[in-house]
Design a protein around this ligand. Sequence first.
Ligand code: NAD
Length: 446
Amino acid sequence: MAATTDAAPPRLTVIGTGYLGATHAICMAVLGFDVLGVEIDQSKVDRLNSGTVPFFEPGLPELLVKALDSGRLRFTTSFAEAAEFGDVHFLCVGTPQQQGSEAADLRYVDAAATELARHLHRRTLVVGKSTVPVGTAARLTELVQRIAPAGDQVELAWNPEFLREGYAVDDTLRPDRLVFGVTSAWAEAQLRAAFAPVIARDTPVVVTDLTTAELVKVAANSFLATKISYINAMAEVCEATGGDVTGLAEALAYDDRIGGRFLRPGLGFGGGCLPKDIRAFAHRAEELGVGQAVAFLREVDGINQRRRARTADLVRELAGGDLTGVRVTALGAAFKPNSDDIRDAPALDVATTLHRLGAHVTVVDPAATDNARRSFPELAYGTDALSAAAGSDVVVLLTEWNEFRLIDPEAMGAVVGRRRIVDGRHALDPVKWRAAGWEYRALGRP
Ligand code: NAD
């Protein structure tokens, strides 16, 4: 442990206020820090400054209001102001997949680091939180020190972020662990000061080098993706053999060494992290000559993609083999429940496939409808499950929102045209649905 100091807490900036950055900025202000959020999107700045969280995240709107009321949080588009204000700057901009490549697109990270560095005139710590290919922190160190008027007085650190959308507030205030990739005792002390209230809650801190810190994040996401695709590979085998993957998963989960978390079969993973992170990792490993070590990630990705195709197949099978003119109600659009994030959403992948195959698809989602409509205007959108399902030939559950789990099969049976359902998330009780006269199908179950 580094010695604690009586110095004033560092002033923080958070650059990029999307799902990760807005949450981080708001939570740090609630923990008592003075925080300035920096964002290139003026409309996001305006919304955040007026107390509106621009995306769906349970608990965050209340904390934003609290943080703004405290006077400790505001948002700006000015990097000059950020450099003047901050002692520790967190980089939280996006690192999406590049168009036409599996590599991560680092243009936002580079732009933010460059723009900030131009204004850094004093000793400062720049902390990367975005998920990046290994080697990025070393490259940014060189870039920032070259551009900053303060030169090598500016240090880089990496602090990978593990928050989950839907649980982002709790994951930020009470993370499983903190990882500090640093190159000096000073940088470690700055980070310890910037997370003092979190560390005081007995949060484990792993202090390591920049490279390892970058790798922790992609290694963690690779492991989680592998676990999901592992059970979905078993579902494929069950489909070929007549086994039941839910019984199989349950039996495996009793083994402590395996555990049941992330071992739930279904439509697989999506979102703005796992898919692009495993692809970028495989791509980066190839660049570094160790592609073989993580070649299995391509298989993990392939299994995951096949679940989407197979779900669409199940709907077609249930509809009698041809989807032309078939009315399908798709329950869910977000990549997972409790989020409005539709990046690489399995649900919308399936919905658009069904649409392409000739079905009339109506999508319902408690939070993601506006985002989905903007990206997929060709689909129809309903306001709630029961009204959307009126006259439907097949219902398909694609995102396991709690309100979908709680649907009464009798009530929905009364409005649909045919009682046929594909449970893409193993979220419904087949006994109950079959008892209500539904034809029930799920991946990996007889
Ligand atoms: P996002 O797209 O929601 O947010 C990125 C924000 O950065 C946007 O608001 C964008 O306008 C802003 N931005 C882009 N360029 C900028 C610049 N030059 N200066 C200032 N702001 C700029 O993305 P996200 O989901 O918050 O993810 C951010 C990073 O965090 C990614 O690397 C992601 O992999 C990682 N991450 C995300 C999560 C998550 O659950 N979303 C969890 C862990 C890690």
